[in-house]
Design a protein around this ligand. Structure first.
Ligand code: GDP
Length: 296
């Protein structure tokens, strides 16, 4: 196993004579380790740079209090900056709007969008006692619509009946109308994905957004895609405008760097994490837990 960053930093400072204030040279030696640890955790280069600058400024501007060693002081500053970057608190899905509250799920094919849609539907039903309607807007892959219907049956959540030949915008409008008439609290729109970002996909997302004015637009991203995930988040946010991120496959990602990069680049909160294939494998995103994972 790698030695965690916290231990490494403490080690560096222990090797130096302990002084009352952090001097520039010591801090720069420590920051080399911080930089390396962040890059190992797959944080993107730009984010690493601004992160390290922030820690450096703060470290040089601070006096080491008597009760801690310089190493512990730097570890604390790194930890503070990490939590500030990731967001301090859990940010739940915002349901504070007139029902039916629209939640539009976007992302690439295979990211876990349909599974996550069902996971969220189940969570809103079980934990928040909401009446939820799910609709698949993937008209290119009829199997995707079937998949959502099957999941809906499994978890006992209603899905919009499939009508062949409708456009995604028509389905979105029909879902909202049905929800209104039948007294649903929340409508989850599972949009189509592609294998990569293209103009047609972005145009389709923008059109659905304009037609249905969703209260939340959640980008579902596979945490294992690392740097690509960051570019993807930036693209979706610039073109469609997202309100939050769901990171899937955290169960297979020991590094956690994608979370830090995406949050830093988009400024949008990571609201939930997918921790497995099962329908209840969905958890709130705790910034401090990911910080610990990155810092070790
Ligand atoms: P979509 O194309 O984006 O709708 O992706 P799907 O929802 O069909 O998911 C693709 C695959 O990823 C399925 O086999 C899911 O079970 C799996 N999956 C989704 N979320 C997670 C997760 O958080 N962890 C793991 N291990 N697998 C996941």
């Amino acid at each position: 196993m790698f030695e965690g960053l916290s231990e490494r930093l403490s080690g560096i400072f222990d090797a130096l004579t302990q002084r009352g204030a952090l001097n520039e040279e010591d801090v720069d030696i420590a920051l080399r380790e911080v930089r390396r640890a962040l890059l190992e955790a797959d944080v993107s280069l730009d984010v690493v740079r601004s992160f390290v600058d922030k820690v450096r400024n703060r470290a040089l501007g601070s006096n080491v209090v008597r009760s801690v060693t310089p190493g512990q002081m730097v570890v604390k500053i790194v930890n503070d900056v990490m939590i500030e970057t990731l967001g301090k608190t859990v940010e739940p899905i915002d349901l504070d709007a007139a029902p039916p509250v629209g939640i539009m799920m976007v992302g690439l094919q295979g990211a876990g969008k349909t599974t996550t849609t069902a996971k969220i539907a189940k969570r809103l039903t079980d934990r928040f006692k909401r009446k939820v309607l799910m609709a698949s807007l993937d008209v290119k892959r009829p199997a995707a619509q079937e998949q959502l219907a099957v999941l809906g049956k499994q978890i006992n959540v209603a899905t919009l009946p499939i009508i062949a030949g409708q456009t995604p915008v028509q389905i979105a409008q029909r879902a909202e109308q049905a929800a209104r008439l039948q007294g649903f609290d929340v409508v989850l729109l599972d949009t189509a994905g592609r294998t990569h970002i293209d103009e047609a996909l972005m145009a389709e997302m923008a059109e659905i957004k304009a037609a249905s004015s969703p209260h939340e637009i959640l980008l579902v991203v596979d945490s294992l895609t690392g740097q690509d995930a960051v570019n993807l988040a930036k693209n979706f946010d610039d073109r469609v405008g997202i309100t939050g991120i769901v990171l899937t496959r955290i169960d297979g990602d020991g590094r956690g760097g994608a979370a830090l990069s995406m949050r830093a680049v988009t400024g949008k909160p990571i609201k939930l994490i997918g921790t497995g294939e099962k329908i209840d494998a969905l958890e709130d995103f705790y910034p401090d837990r990911i910080a610990n994972r990155i810092l070790g």
